[in-house]
Ligand binder design. Sequence first.
Ligand code: 5GP
Length: 190
Amino acid sequence: MKGVLFVISGPSGVGKGTLVKEILNERNDLKLSVSCTTRAPRQGETDGKEYFFIDREEFVSRIRENGFLEYDEHFGNYYGTPRSYVERQLKDNSVILEIDVVGALNCKRLMPEAVLIMIAPPSIEELSRRLESRGSESDETIKKRLERVKYELGQKQLYDYVIVNDALNEAKIRLIEVIDTEINKRNEGE
Ligand code: 5GP
């Protein structure tokens, strides 16, 4: 295996999607793994882009075939990382998974060589301000999200790296630095 598996997590609203997108645009040695889910596509989502949208029956049959590196249930729907895509890509490239804390910790258990990176907000107060300024969610939903954020940030000592996204450009430079360090380490070790 030549590449490194990077698992990137972080609370919603922290800007991890933007960071990952910008890095993928610049680097063709990094591949994003697209997860499978049984939830319905949201407006604007395309099959194969945000997720592979499959039905429950197919998901369960893939579980039986050991088709997922890890999978979990969120809000009544299954989400899973396709094993074959990740293993195939890792022969030549590094792979990024953008998944939640529980999924990330499961990945680390299954593949201890995976590198876990958490993108953290400068503070809970700042994240709360960002979520409110989006204006897209009710106070109740924001409160629930913040509870979840506290749990997620509480797991950060289990991560290999924590990058605080205070200014996007600095966080991006740091993320690239971490990725390059780990890829070089892997290459030197071979
Ligand atoms: P959403 O439905 O909002 O896109 O995602 C719901 C949750 O599923 C998020 O916390 C997201 O990180 C998580 N998720 C997405 N893909 C995967 C996956 O492949 N595995 C796991 N364990 N969680 C995932």
